[in-house]
Design a protein. Structure first.
Length: 234
């Protein structure tokens, strides 16, 4: 091997090693997030539910004192707020619907909730049947959609978004298109926070699985994020 060819070989080998390491780190991080989410559900969730039941029983035994009843109502509202915060933390750490109900339900409900919460016309086109993909593929699709929707709210100023999942024998593709200001108009804003790094990590995760992630501005405005992941051979 010539002296000129050695650096090229080294760079390619180093890139492959870094890609494998990143894939391993992401897999470990996903498992840790899933574990933490389940701990919040099993431990804190059950404790909060028990506290709510005990408070209800205690309230029934209180004398009809307006001050005591008002304090009991405040405690009940506080508990409900803590329960809701705990539920949101669980969901942000790990979306259990991905495993228990499948990627179709997880993606579809995420789009529906996004539209209702932010007043955006959110449309979703999904395969009729559950895609047959490894768990790693489904996680990347869900994370990519989460990141795309987050960026739409933070930077795109969009009023509508279309999410399409195409599934065939060889690959699965996620497309998220909005009618916002376009990637060039808010690129500075993306660079100012973690969104840029979030997309880079997702792109590397897609590459690790043999796929691609692209983010382009449309000719008529708006931005389109596309993730293409090849399916492993049977």
């Amino acid at each position: 091997m010539s002296a000129q060819a050695q650096p090229v070989h080294f760079d390619a080998q180093r890139a492959a090693e870094l890609s494998e390491l990143l894939g391993h780190v992401n897999a470990c991080w996903d498992n840790e997030r899933r574990s933490l989410s389940r701990q919040l559900h099993d431990s804190m969730g059950s404790s909060l539910t028990a506290l709510t039941m005990h408070l209800g029983l205690l309230t029934q035994k209180l004398p009809p004192d307006p001050a005591l009843m008002e304090r009991a109502t405040q405690m009940k509202n506080l508990l409900h707020n803590i329960i809701e915060t705990n539920r949101q933390m669980q969901h942000r750490l790990w979306n259990d619907k991905l495993e228990f109900l499948g990627v179709r339900v997880a993606l579809g409900e995420l789009v529906t909730q996004f539209g209702e919460q932010h007043g955006v016309a959110a449309r979703c086109s999904l395969p009729e049947e559950e895609p047959r993909c490894p768990r790693s593929h489904n996680v990347v699709l869900l994370r990519a959609l989460e990141e795309a929707l987050h960026n739409i709210v933070s930077h795109a100023q969009a009023s509508s978004v279309d999410v399409v999942v195409d599934d065939n024998d060889d690959e699965i593709m996620l497309t998220v298109k909005d009618n916002g200001v376009g990637v060039s108009a808010h690129s500075d804003a993306i660079g100012a926070d973690n969104a840029k790094h979030g997309l880079r990590v997702l792109r590397e995760r897609a590459v690790y699985l043999g796929g691609t992630l692209t983010l382009v501005a449309g000719a008529d405005g708006g931005t389109t994020l596309t993730v293409v992941l090849p399916k492993p051979a049977p």
